[in-house]
Write a protein that binds this ligand. Structure first.
Ligand code: NCD
Length: 338
């Protein structure tokens, strides 16, 4: 795949070779993300970070990734703060913003809207989540985390067993992750959800067509047994037709330390795209797991910076220049463990 100047809209753009390239560049970004070195390779470049839906880690990590490469970040965080609220079309917004930016990251509540925006943009656009459709950078950072967690346990993605738990209907992170995992060999998927929130047929069909084993569960204990990875998700309340309907599913699946100890193999990796819903009525991933060393959720969020730096470096074609612009840091920096 040619990264230079490309929009990143869907994980369907990637094959295994492209994924390996992204992961290789992500590895190279570690000294900058860890503040052992700085690079000013994107000095003068401007990112427009457009988030028309709530976001903390995706927005901040895209912005941090761009800053870590020396670029400037401009942010718009609400529809009501932009001219979309005055009836401006995505086409016009894209034409205007691409006049002011070198690259645009966009999150929008409607499926397909980021692709529509990208068609009018004159600079590369990265999809940071479009409705329940896709979330490519999240899936890449999840896959990167999975490969590192499995490697630490002497395993590979090929042949692994994964349980995906929760709202598999509206969860765009799960949709993109399944499409990426489909590219690997002999996986075993356990899809754990209420029947009404099961994964879309096209995604399940693609997994089966590529020869992966797929099993469906509507209760958690047998679904989480005998897997390498647990990928827990939040009920995507904001996508339900009504709050009443969303309330029906909140709190149905809860993973806590007792459930983990009783049903999971030792060392099963626990992941979640975050945010986890910590309200007492939900708690799909209990805080009592925080001391469990297999909880990889904050390794996921840290890895998000590496993956997003890699995407910027590849799309803006500066990978080879990053290190040439490197400097040692001069201020106090120390990341404490934990
Ligand atoms: C996810 C999203 O926005 O799709 N969050 C994220 O970007 N890390 C998952 C979610 O909101 O539940």
């Amino acid at each position: 795949m040619q990264f230079r100047g490309s929009h990143i809209l869907s994980v369907s753009q990637f094959d295994r070779e492209a994924i390996s390239r992204i992961f290789q560049v992500a590895n190279e970004m570690a000294p900058y993300a860890l503040r052992q070195q700085t690079s000013s390779v994107l000095s003068g470049a401007i990112l427009s970070n457009m988030f028309f839906e709530p976001s903390t880690r995706t927005r901040v990590s895209f912005g941090s990734a761009f800053n870590l490469l020396g670029g400037h970040v401009r942010e718009t965080t609400e529809v009501k703060a932009s001219s979309l609220a005055k009836g401006e079309s995505l086409y016009d917004t894209a034409r205007v913003l691409s006049g002011y930016s070198d690259i645009i990251v966009m999150r929008h509540p409607n499926s397909g809207s980021v692709a529509e925006f990208a068609e009018a943009s004159r600079v590369p656009v990265i999809n940071a989540g479009d409705g329940s459709n896709e979330h490519p950078s999240q899936a890449l950072l999840d896959l990167y985390t999975i490969s590192r967690e499995l490697a630490a346990r002497g395993k590979t993605i090929d042949g692994m067993r994964i349980a995906l738990i929760g709202d598999l209907k509206y969860g765009r992170a799960v949709h993109s992750l399944c499409k990426l995992l489909a590219l690997f060999d002999n996986l075993h998927f356990k899809l754990v959800s209420p029947p009404e929130l099961s994964a879309p047929d096209d995604i399940v069909g693609e997994l089966a067509a590529r020869g992966h084993a797929v099993q469906h569960y509507d209760e958690m204990s047998s679904g989480i047994h005998n897997v390498d990875i647990l990928y827990v998700t939040r009920t995507q309340e904001e996508r339900f037709p009504s709050q009443d309907e969303a309330d029906r599913y909140r709190g149905l699946f809860r993973l806590n330390q007792n459930v983990y100890t009783e049903h999971c193999e030792p060392n099963t990796v626990i992941m979640h795209p975050l945010p986890r819903d910590s309200r007492s009525s939900a708690q799909e991933l209990d805080a009592d797991l925080n001391q469990n060393p297999n909880l990889a959720i904050f390794r996921q969020t840290d890895n998000g910076v590496l993956i997003r730096m890699a995407l910027f470096a590849l799309v803006l074609d500066v990978v080879d220049q990053v290190h040439r612009n490197a400097r040692a840091v001069t201020w106090y920096t120390e990341k404490r463990d934990g």
